[in-house]
Design a protein around this ligand. Structure first.
Ligand code: PLP
Length: 600
């Protein structure tokens, strides 16, 4: 950087002083980031990634795989300059004191693939000063701060997307040293009952990729068990939550109400199945939603019985433990349990070979015998069983059960906590069959990762409970509501229902191809972006949980995060989020194929 330029940058940087503050968040995609910066704001002159935590070391780097990442102390003045083809990060060139030596990696920042569009010339980014602290090992939000010296504008935007290349990359053994160290800390203080899935610790995530504390990047086929359906750190969801956070963190809706809660209830009424007046109560977790659905149904029917199915999963609270099928690990030793819960066989086509009407007749006959329809307040069914192994009931099963429930005054509750919110290519999985439940539970995917859940249903049922009968301190938190509103918008304007179906169209044929090649795959099933394979002994069809565990362990070592399911633990479930590219999906399939091969 020529001396004159250094002076100019320093002069212009200084007035910026402590101004790195997010007052405007732009929603931009990776594709249009640079062109937007140029087209609407004049040529960007500097770009750097800064932590929003003023007391943290920040990571600086630009774009893509080849970008060099370097750590810069907060408080340093950072500048970019151009030298031929290279973009220089000229910390010392500014002549400001640095708190530690500048590493070689920090001296040059390349902007791969974007040179044509973006030519940073000279710029400066000034972070707020703070004490030097060790490198962060948790997930800081990253801002892309663009300083337009020429136009004297400063734009800050949330952009973790560009900070995490959408590709798999392994740079340490798995787990890496930092994950192992964290694991030791965890073992000392986190209860054993909190299960351990992937042995790596996430530091940030975007789109379909999770990056761990050691810098490894994984294709995430779990979406936090179907939660970040719109993608990790979706820009619009992050922006909406951040905006709301600056306005309202909490009032408690029943104490002092606010609009976002009402808006979420409107959106739920609009998008849940059924064309009749609907009302909602917004709560915080899935299990809480299920508990409330049962409460509401009991109150409305003045009955107490609750029917659930084999292989069901409804949560870990006292009532939902009683409703959940699998004793180990969910309920064994945690009793006594809530009473008046009756379990019936459902429909599991791969295992029972029954048609939908046959399986429904079996369910109904069982319930009539053990409890009697007239004693049931509700029947709670997952239209696609989640934890149970992505079991899709045979055609006609749900409709027959819904008819029987209606005829017997039993409230039909669809637990769509895992299968709802665009996951299967429809807003709700019951929509595939045109079945209309009386009550629907929604959670997981509704708020892009923030805790929010709801019971929505026929107004006359929902309104039976009197004021104060429903709710809770955190239910419908304004920040989570704002995120949920953004999620609805993302799904609608981003074509995400179609994307979920397209993901199914990419993955299903691949899984069927693998089934033809590997006899251990007994069944391939799923809808949209909710797919599974069931692994069995090819001769006896006995569940093969060991194969599932071996593949999950193989996959994580090769940069893919997978999840098991099934009452026998022998199902591999695939829950990619809807921001996952076909390229990533096929890359993950290649790893899965290698994993299946490794079984020998
Ligand atoms: C179908 C279903 N119901 C209920 C729950 C419980 O939700 P939460 O874990 O938010 O309490 C889950 C969670 O996996 C679920 O999949």
């Amino acid at each position: 950087m020529p001396d004159g330029e250094v002076d100019r940058v320093r002069d212009e940087a200084q007035p910026l002083g402590l101004v790195v503050r997010v007052d405007r968040v732009l929603r931009v995609s990776e594709r249009d980031r640079h062109s937007r910066a140029q087209g609407h704001r004049g040529e960007a002159t500097a770009v750097a990634l800064l932590s929003h935590r003023p007391d943290r070391i920040v990571r600086v780097g630009l774009d893509d795989d080849a970008a060099l990442h370097a750590d810069v102390q907060v408080g340093q003045h950072v500048a970019l300059a151009e030298r031929g083809e290279e973009h220089l990060l000229g910390v010392p060139a500014l002549g400001v004191p640095v708190e530690r030596p500048v590493t070689a990696a920090l001296d040059v920042v390349r902007v791969p693939g974007s040179r044509d569009q973006m030519r940073p010339r000279v710029g400066a980014v000034v972070a707020r000063p703070g004490p030097a602290v060790p490198l962060p090992d948790d997930g800081d939000r990253i801002f892309v701060v663009m300083v337009h010296i020429d136009h004297r504008t400063l734009v800050a935007m949330a952009d973790t997307l560009t900070s995490i290349p959408q590709s798999r990359a392994l740079i340490t053994e798995i787990p890496g040293p930092r994950s192992r160290a964290l694991h030791e800390r965890r073992a000392a203080v986190v209860a054993r009952g909190v299960s351990l899935g992937a042995p790596v610790y996430a530091v940030r995530a975007h789109g379909g990729i999770i990056e761990d504390v050691d810098g490894n990047r994984f294709i995430d086929l779990t979406s936090g068990i179907g939660v970040v359906t719109v993608g990790h750190t979706d820009e619009s969801v992050v922006a909406a939550a951040r905006d709301e956070l600056g306005r309202l963190t909490h009032t408690m809706f029943p104490t002092v109400p606010y609009e976002p809660y009402v808006r979420v209830a409107e959106l739920l009424a609009e998008h849940t199945p059924g064309d009749f007046p609907k009302k909602s109560v917004i709560v915080t977790t899935g299990a809480e939603a299920v508990e409330n659905a049962v409460k509401i149904a009991r109150r409305y029917t003045r009955r107490t019985g609750v029917a659930v199915l084999d292989h069901a999963y409804h949560g870990r609270t006292n009532l939902t433990m009683a409703m959940t099928y699998k004793a180990h690990p969910y309920s064994a030793g945690f009793g006594p349990f809530a009473s008046d819960v009756f379990r019936a066989p459902g429909s599991y086509p791969f295992r029972d070979g029954l048609t939908g009407p046959e399986a429904a007749a079996r369910t109904i006959a069982h319930l009539e015998k053990v409890v009697g329809g007239e004693n049931l307040a509700c029947i709670v069914i997952e239209p696609i069983q989640g934890e149970g192994g992505f079991v899709i009931p045979a055609d006609g099963y749900l409709a027959a059960i819904a008819d029987w429930a209606r005829d017997n005054g039993v409230v039909f509750v669809a637990d769509e906590i895992q299968s709802g919110m665009a996951r299967t290519g429809y807003w709700y999985a019951v929509d595939h069959e045109g079945v209309v439940p009386d009550l629907v539970t929604t959670a997981k995917g509704i708020a892009g990762g923030l805790p929010l859940a709801a019971v929505t249903g026929r107004a006359e049922i929902m309104d039976d409970a009197g004021p104060g009968g429903l709710g809770g301190t955190f239910g419908g938190n304004p920040v989570a509501c704002a995120a949920a509103i953004a999620v609805y918008e993302r799904i609608e304007t981003g074509g995400l229902l179609e994307r979920a179906r397209a993901i199914g169209a990419v993955l299903l044929p691949e899984l069927l191809r693998l089934q033809a090649k590997f006899p251990v795959i007994g069944d391939v099933r799923g809808r949209g972006a909710m797919l599974a394979i069931e692994l069995v002994d090819p001769h006896t069809h006995a569940p093969d949980a060991a194969a599932v565990n071996a593949i999950i362990a193989f996959a994580i070592r090769h940069g893919v995060i997978l999840l098991s399911a099934g009452s026998d633990g022998n199902v591999l479930r695939f829950l990619p989020n809807l921001a996952t590219s076909d390229e990533l999906l096929l890359d993950a399939i290649a790893v899965l194929e290698a994993g299946l091969e490794s079984l020998g």
